[in-house]
Design a protein around this ligand. Structure first.
Ligand SMILES: Cc1cc2nc3c(=O)[nH]c(=O)nc-3n(C[C@H](O)[C@H](O)[C@H](O)COP(=O)(O)OP(=O)(O)OC[C@H]3O[C@@H](n4cnc5c(N)ncnc54)[C@H](O)[C@@H]3O)c2cc1C
Length: 372
């Protein structure tokens, strides 16, 4: 089977890798560099504990968590999945989803669904993260996810694409944009590149994330999207002892290598415009920094070295849209938030559906067909 995958973000890279490994002839077309889209600007927490809106959505994300662990275990020298654990306290998202203020329902539900999670006391947090000012900590309902962590998405995408190029039939075209789908007899038959070159294939998978609709060329093949903007600030290198990811009411932060700390906050993201300047003096970035210093006063004097903004690819109803496009045969779409968590699983699932003709049950409630 000849397959074209549009976009080499975490999702496109995962699909191209698994399809090529299973024997497909894959052409992966990427407008810029592998892993340079939204996947390069992400908090990248690989988790299902924040996906409790339904059992089906939790199961899909938990499958994502497990697939990453499986893939990292398969490849010798895998260096992209970091799992020191995550600590969370006073989770506004959980309250919005109807859990009690103390998070106790959430903890019980996670445990009953088999997700590793424990209550955590101030004493334990002080041992795990000595720099945290405990006056900012709310012990009631605080949760420690001992097996959670985050992913270096561009490193992951680069490693699996390179592996598939070395070992399997994966052709990578970078710096090359898909202008539109090639449609013949009412079926997707390939893609047309910006320079007019046509590439034919038996199946086309659109993994262009927030740009998915720009690569199709016909309104009836577009998917309704509701993208949101996110801002991440990166501190300068420091002598921090921070090891875990911390999800706190002030700020979410985690190590980002060489003593740098990556910062973001949902409430700040909600105030941003799509053209927010990504500069260290941006007031949103400075607010993230001052919240981090309230959380860990020993970091006073540290500065923001870089800021990035990104647009999250999100289908209109906020849920994943992964599956065949109902209006065009041989055309498969993968647009989703939490793509970092889901990437490795989507790679396996699309392989199983397109190459082996197996319908993957975890995707049943998340088909693009619901929009048409
Ligand atoms: C601030 C922030 C925090 C986040 N935190 C988390 C988190 O904690 N956990 C989590 O799981 N997820 C998180 N996400 C979401 C996650 O990062 C995204 O869902 C994921 O990166 C999307 O991956 P993708 O492969 O679909 O898209 P992308 O990474 O954007 O890849 C799409 C690729 O397609 C290419 N492309 C576009 N148009 C074309 C074209 N016409 N032709 C060829 N190539 C094209 C682009 O160059 C790009 O490389 C966060 C996102 C943001 C912004």
């Amino acid at each position: 089977m000849k397959v074209i995958v549009i976009g080499a973000g975490i999702i496109g890279a995962s699909i191209a890798f698994r399809m090529a490994e299973a024997g497909a002839q894959v052409t992966l077309v990427e407008a810029h560099r592998v892993g340079s889209g939204t996947s390069s600007t992400s908090y990248a927490w690989v988790n299902a504990c924040e996906k409790l809106t339904s059992r089906a959505y939790f199961d899909l994300n938990f499958a994502g968590v497990k697939a990453h662990r499986r893939l990292a275990g398969e490849i010798e020298g895998a260096n992209w999945l970091h799992r020191p654990g995550v600590v969370q306290w006073k989770d506004a998202g959980a309250e919005a989803a109807g859990f009690d203020e103390g998070n106790f329902d959430k903890l019980e539900r996670l445990k009953s669904w088999g997700y590793p999670a424990d209550a955590i006391t101030a004493e334990t947090l002080a041992r795990l993260e000595p720099d945290v000012d405990l006056s900012t900590f709310t012990e009631t309902g605080a949760i420690h996810y001992p097996e959670d962590g985050w992913l270096d998405s561009p490193v992951y995408a680069g490693a699996i694409v390179a592996r598939a190029q070395r070992r399997h039939e994966l052709r990578l075209l970078t710096g090359t944009k898909v202008a539109r789908l090639l449609v013949r007899n009412g079926k997707a038959a390939g893609v047309v590149l910006n320079d007019g070159t046509e590439i034919e294939a038996d199946r086309v998978v659109n993994s262009a994330g927030r740009w998915s609709n720009e690569a199709v060329g016909a309104a009836e093949h577009e998917l309704p999207l509701a993208p949101t903007v996110g801002l991440i600030a990166y501190t300068a290198s420091s002598d921090t002892s921070l090891r875990h990811a911390l999800r706190t009411p002030l700020v979410n932060c985690r190590p980002d290598g060489a003593g740098r700390i990556l910062l973001r906050a949902n409430d700040i993201d909600k105030t941003l415009a799509f053209d927010t300047p990504a500069t260290p003096d941006n007031p949103a970035a400075q607010e993230l920094l001052s919240r981090m210093i309230r959380l860990m006063p020993s970091l006073t004097g540290l500065h923001v070295e870089a800021v990035r903004t990104a647009i999250r690819p999100i289908p209109k109803d906020g849920l994943s849209a992964i599956g065949p496009h109902p209006a065009l045969d041989n055309y498969y779409v993968t647009v989703t938030h939490s793509g970092v968590t889901l990437g490795a699983f989507i790679g396996e699932a699309v392989r199983d559906e397109l190459l082996h003709g197996r319908s993957v049950p975890e995707l049943a409630e998340f088909r693009p067909a619901r929009f048409f």
